[in-house]
Structure formats: C-alpha cells, structure tokens
Design a protein around this ligand. Structure first.
Ligand code: NI
Length: 226
C-alpha cells in the first residue's frame, strides 16, 4: 500500500527545518547504501547522528508519534531516526530495494525495514525531475509531494529517484518496523480501522461497532510481533 500523509510539518516547521539542514555538513550519500545500491546512488546526505539530523529528526518523530493516520496505517513498532538527502545537478538514484535490516547507530539494536518513508522538504516548483518512482503489485507510482508531506510505501518495492535536472530536491528518508510485517495484512487492518472510525462518526453507538472493533483487535493480536 502506498499512502500519503499530507502536511505532517506546517510551512513554518518546514522553513525552520530547511534552515537547520542547509547549515549542516553534507557528504556523499553512498555511506548508507548497501553494495548493490551504492552503484545506483548519486546524491548527498547529512551524516547519521549529526546535530542537524537529530534536531529535525526529533521533530519528525514527535509529529509522527501523534499522527492518527500514520499510526493507523504503519502500526509502528520502531521508527528509524530520519536521515536527510538532497539531489541537484542531474543526480539520481537508480532502481533498488532498500536494505532489509538496519543497525540503529550507537546502539546494539537493529530494525527490520517493513515500510519506507520519504518526507518532501522542497516544493515541487523548486526542482525538475526528482520524482520517487515506486513499483508495486498495482503498477508504477510517481510521487512528488508538497513540502511537509510524506509518502509511505512497502520497503519490499523496487523504487528509484529520477534525475534532478533543475534546482535542488531536499527530503528526509527513514524506515519503519511495523508490528505487522506483511503489507497485505497491514492494509487489511488499516481498511478495517478506517471503516470502524467512519461508523463511529456516522452512526455513533451502533451495535455493529463492537464486534467489528473486536475483529480488528483480535486480528491485531494474532498477527502482531513485538
Ligand atoms: Ni531506497
């Protein structure tokens, strides 16, 4: 499932984040790439653990942790600290699949990357190209969002970023280990959750809400891993 979370950051938060990130040190993006993806990757990144990454990353994690749509769709167990990249002057990232397991820097922990996230921090009018192209079982999706909005997509998908031929594309990217590893199961739970919430709004107190809520919780209990 591909899902857009619109306006996670408001325009003021985007402007402040960009100021902080612009002032950071940027390095070759191949540092976080696997062997295969390093060949396809051409961009720059802020080093993991850089104060600018930590500051803006903390804001993103805080907002996500309070965002009902994100929580319902991702059913997050762990969220990797956001990283930041930028593309300009024809840079691109060829077709690849993200690494399945990531070491959490500075800790002995690893996370399984079930969901990939890209949060756009520059506006679509600021650059040409730079589309995130995701191939899933429903076809090919081209994603380019307004600043502050993010897309979630299955980390199992093949994806690439088209060359940025004008301007600069600044994004945050990170991964989520979900309580529900399987994308199809996670999508079913999300659809059920959305339906129950709609029933709650449209016919509050309807007796059917209780068994549906029971089914949701009992599926979550059967399928979740912690
Ligand atoms: Ni990727």
């Amino acid at each position: 499932m591909l899902l857009t979370v619109s306006d996670l950051l408001n325009p003021d938060q985007v402007a402040k984040a960009r100021q902080t990130l612009d002032a950071a040190d940027w390095i070759d993006g191949r540092v976080t790439a696997g062997v295969q993806s390093a060949k396809a990757k051409d961009n720059s990144q802020i080093p993991e653990g850089h104060p600018a990454s930590k500051e803006v990353g903390a804001l993103i994690l805080d907002l996500l942790g309070r965002h009902p749509l994100f929580l319902a769709a991702a059913l997050p167990l762990r969220v990797f600290s956001p990283l930041f990249n930028r593309y300009s002057g024809g840079q691109s990232f060829g077709t690849h699949v993200d690494n399945a397991i990531r070491q959490v820097p500075g800790t002995p922990h690893r996370i399984r990357t079930d969901i990939s996230a890209t949060l756009f921090l520059s506006g679509p009018e600021e650059y040409d190209g730079g589309e995130l192209v995701v191939q899933d079982t429903y076809g090919t999706h081209n994603v380019k969002l307004r600043p502050g909005s993010l897309v979630l997509y299955p980390a199992t998908s093949l994806h690439h970023v088209t060359p940025v031929t004008r301007g600069t594309r600044l994004c945050s990217f990170f991964w989520i280990q979900s309580m529900i590893r399987d994308d199809a199961q996670r999508s079913l739970l999300f659809d059920l959750d959305v339906g129950i919430q709609r029933l709650n709004r449209e016919v509050p107190g309807n007796a059917s809400i209780v068994p549906f809520t029971g089914v949701y919780n009992n599926l979550l209990r059967q399928w979740s891993e912690m």
